[in-house]
Design a protein around this ligand. Structure first.
Ligand code: HEM
Length: 342
């Protein structure tokens, strides 16, 4: 039983949280601890919902372990650069993929069904037929697979039903290192605030950076793996770090995407997207794959793509090259992501 192994009583009589065993996924480990219910589709979805709402809104629930989370809905600062992630969710920019075969995005409001009030009430949205509902439930599902929820796929917590290519979903946002960095930071802080151990926070950051943080990263099967190799770069601005195994030719226009225009200046407000890539922009469509700007790739992918080791009775999948991070082999086993030091 997880709960029996969780608490170790020291000689001094204090309680010490045991480390997560390697063969228990992050989702399966923290669901009983944080949600206070045994693992089930419902409780696991609740954990993914808690993480998601916290990285969007900032701390709003207990327990939390005293870590402050601002949330991506508030304007923030990353490495000295102001960012305003909310503008991508309100229809302030032409930054959503309309899947209409055009080279620019559409303006779309994702807060169309209850907004923050619904999230604060632990609901994705007020109804099930809105942009907000589709977005939030897809994000729960994505992180459920990312963290290896063993109960996902049954009951009310289906496997990920959204678009498999994170590049396609996010490309017209032209995310830069500060926006991506801030978003990832808030995800990690949310997990930490709920009680994730440092090693699991470190895994989260490295996996996010390696999988989505490098422009021109090679196509990789991520979630769902059954979709096969997909373009996954979320950080696609010219000042994003170039992937060590960059394949810009695999991306439309060699990875170049236009800067998103403001669709509604009133909504966009005072903190708008920083445009410091204009110098690099003129050179970018050349397709050479050369780095257009500085930026070191912390947690960059090693792309060796070797087969995963098997654990337990679960079926073994080919590990995505993008999910191999320096010093850490993330092994995709069945529905779970396990970390084994190299
Ligand atoms: C700069 C950072 C990011 C921004 C501004 C951002 C913004 C957005 C927006 C506006 C959408 C709705 C897109 C649409 O349906 O047209 C979206 C969808 C989504 N995002 Fe992000 N995102 C960021 C990073 C991430 C990261 C790091 C992840 C984690 C893997 C992620 C996972 C997802 C997923 C799973 C969806 C749903 C896709 C679907 O419904 O098909 N995003 N994001």
């Amino acid at each position: 039983m997880l709960l029996e192994t969780l608490i170790a009583v020291t000689a001094l009589g204090t309680f010490v949280k045991a480390a997560r065993p390697e063969n228990v996924t992050i989702c399966d480990w923290y669901t009983p601890l944080i949600i206070g219910e045994p693992n089930s589709p419902d409780s696991q979805q609740k954990l993914m919902q808690r993480i998601t709402h916290t990285f969007i809104l900032g701390n709003y629930t207990t327990p939390n372990v005293g870590i402050k989370v601002a949330g991506v809905a508030a304007p923030g600062n990353f490495s000295g650069h102001e960012v305003n992630i909310l503008n991508y969710f309100t229809g302030a920019y032409y930054s959503s993929n309309g899947y209409n075969n055009t080279s620019t995005g559409i303006a779309k409001n994702f807060l169309d069904d209850g907004g923050a009030t619904a999230l604060l009430a632990d609901k994705p949205a007020n109804t099930k037929t809105s942009n907000q509902y589709a977005l939030l439930t897809h994000v729960y599902q994505y992180f459920g697979e990312f963290y290896g929820c063993s109960e996902q796929g049954t009951g009310d917590f289906p496997k990920y039903k959204g678009v498999a290519s994170m590049y396609e979903v996010h490309k017209f946002m032209k995310s830069d290192p500060y926006e991506s960095g801030y978003f990832n930071e808030q995800i990690v802080l949310a997990a930490k605030s709920l009680g994730f151990e440092q090693a699991d926070c470190d895994f989260t950051l490295k996996a996010l950076e390696a999988t989505f943080g490098n422009r021109c990263s090679p196509a990789a099967p991520v979630i769902p793996a059954s979709a096969g190799p997909q373009l996954q770069a979320i950080c696609v601005s010219e000042n994003c770090p170039l992937d060590p195994n960059a394949t810009c030719s695999a991306y439309p226009d060699e990875g170049f995407v236009p800067f998103p225009e403001i669709a509604n200046a009133t909504l966009a407000g005072a903190v708008v997207k920083e445009n410091d890539t204009s110098a690099a922009t003129t050179a970018s469509p050349s397709g050479t794959g050369s780095p257009a700007a500085s930026g070191s790739a912390s947690g960059s992918s090693t792309a060796s793509g070797s087969a995963a080791t098997s654990t337990g009775g679960a079926s073994t999948l080919e590990v995505s090259s993008a999910l191999k991070v320096i010093g850490t082999l993330i092994t995709v086993v069945g529905a779970g992501l396990f970390i084994a030091p190299l």
